[in-house]
Design a protein around this ligand. Structure first.
Ligand code: FCB
Length: 498
């Protein structure tokens, strides 16, 4: 086996799925079509300076209109899993009430189209596009939004659950609550400690209620959720940095997973916040305890954490104890100013050794292995899915029309290898999804970062497979060949070992 693709491919179990990922708001466009209601991202994007260059997702990749061709393209990659998200404002334009049939029909067709190609539809119910009408009532900082979410989840599962077996409840709850309600960098652009803490508890409750609501509709469905995760390292061996790292881990990796899987918020988190602000009511913690059927992991970096120098004592450690990386160019890891004196939540800081992507994120493939293995230590045998893995580089077609994105190939090769290592160490990893299928609307950064394995010319909407897409296809082909070889070999062909 000298083919390098085969060497990598052979390290995955026969039923491992290779896929690609997108999210509704980032690719669909057609924001007014078929009765869709406004979302918090429509409102946020219309604010001055909210999105780089004032860009909006009005057209994005025009996927809402080009879905048929897009399925053909996805199928041409040879993937057997497609992670996408369902836009709540298309299903319930005001966040409550009956299904908007025309909006649901879009996902209905998409699911059927994928299944016809032998591709698993792997939807996420919430990838950050809350109906604006619910935000007008307080959004995730309001307790009731959890009940609204559960109703929405049940409606969708009821209609698609006959064909979709695995459901992700949320995408990266820590990222959208912290950046949306505390840091003001993502929709709805609020900056409030109290609002953030309340949104955490509401979203934890929404997980539990949503999980149960889907099971009530169809008990056999598998229900999990997708978390942004990163291994944390203290910047030095000082007690203060070790303490800060412990804190960072509790915040970034565990404030959502722990209450669901274990029925309690991480103690380090509780120690640092005014607990009343979470608005935990009688019976909440018991109701929240709903061990998920699988965990989805999005891991883009490791976090190297150091304690801040000045700790004003009138606010909890959480908001002062950890320093920022000011060198990042945007995106999740550069949590910056929240209030006058507050510099950061937590971030990759200091001694970073790996090269950085266009987002300013350090390339550290081992991080993915470490997250998967530690999840498996904590929850042995739990199915894990890599729901996003990828990188942004400023690539464009060369004079030859080809996008030579060797750095992205190297990124995916190294990260797949890291997943294979985790499987070798016993983690039950079931799938890997390249983020992203297409270059797309990268939230507050607009269209500048290009994460796709497929290049999108936004003017013509022309899609061009980058070299990384060709590479991924070859790797998947090699994996399929390895499998066929094993499965079809007859006993007579087996070498006789005596
Ligand atoms: C993840 C988001 C995804 C995209 C990538 C780059 O955190 O889930 O929508 O923004 O980062």
């Amino acid at each position: 086996m000298t083919d390098p693709h085969a060497l990598l491919a052979a390290r995955f179990p026969a039923d491992f799925r290779f896929g690609v990922a997108t999210s509704a708001y980032q690719i669909e466009g057609s924001l007014d079509a078929d009765g869709r209601g406004p979302s918090i991202w429509d409102t946020f994007a219309s604010r001055a300076n909210a999105i780089e260059r004032g860009e909006t997702a009005a057209i994005a990749c025009d996927h809402y209109r080009r879905w048929r061709d897009d399925i053909e393209l996805i199928a041409s990659l040879g993937v057997d899993s497609y992670r996408f998200s369902i836009a709540w404002p298309r299903i319930q334009p005001t966040g409550r009430g009956p299904v908007n049939e025309a909006g649901l029909a879009f996902y209905d067709r998409l699911v059927d189209g994928l299944l016809a190609k032998g591709i698993r539809p792997f939807p996420t119910l919430y990838h950050w596009d809350l109906p604006q009408a619910l935000e007008d009532e307080g959004g995730w900082a309001t307790r009731d939004t959890a009940e609204r979410y559960a109703e929405y989840a049940a409606l969708v599962a009821d209609r698609l659950g006959d064909r979709v077996g695995e459901w992700s409840l949320f995408n990266e709850p820590y990222i959208f609550t912290s950046r949306g309600y505390l840091l003001g960098r993502y929709a709805p652009g609020k900056r409030s400690l109290r609002g953030f803490l309340r949104s955490v508890h509401t979203v934890v409750r929404a997980h539990a209620l949503g999980y149960r609501a889907i099971k009530a509709v169809q008990p056999h469905l598998k229900v999990g959720s997708v978390f942004a995760m990163a291994p944390v390292e203290p910047a030095t061996t000082s007690d203060a940095d070790i303490e800060a790292a412990r804190y960072g881990d509790a915040l970034f990796n565990r404030i959502f997973i722990d209450p669901l899987m274990q029925g309690a918020y991480p103690q380090a988190f509780l120690d640092g916040v005014p607990i009343r602000a979470l608005d935990i009511q009688e019976g909440d913690m018991a109701a929240i305890h709903t061990p998920l059927d699988f965990i989805g992991v999005n891991c883009y970096y490791r976090l190297i954490i150091s304690a801040g120098e000045q700790l004003p004592d009138d606010l909890p450690l959480l908001f002062f104890g950890i320093r920022a990386d000011t060198r990042g160019t945007g995106g999740h890891a550069d949590f910056t100013v929240t209030q006058d004196t507050v510099t950061s939540l937590l971030s990759a800081f200091g001694r970073s050794e790996g090269e950085r992507t266009e987002m300013g994120w350090e390339i550290w493939p081992r991080a993915l292995h470490d997250v998967l293995v530690s999840l498996n230590i904590q929850y042995p045998g739990l199915p894990l899915h890599v729901c996003e893995s990828g990188c942004a580089f400023a690539d464009k077609p060369g004079d030859d029309g080809i996008v030579h994105d060797e750095s992205r190939i190297a990124y995916h090769r190294a990260h797949l290898s890291s997943v294979a290592d985790a499987i070798g160490a016993g983690a039950n990893v079931r799938s890997y999804h390249a983020w992203s299928l297409y270059d797309n609307f990268e939230w507050a950064s607009g269209y500048r970062p290009r994460f796709g394995i497929v290049h999108v010319d936004y003017k013509s909407q022309r899609r061009t497979l980058k070299q990384s897409a060709e590479w991924y296809r070859e790797m998947i082909r090699a994996a399929a060949a390895t499998r066929t070889m094993v499965i079809t070999r007859s006993p007579a062909d087996r070498p006789a070992y005596r």
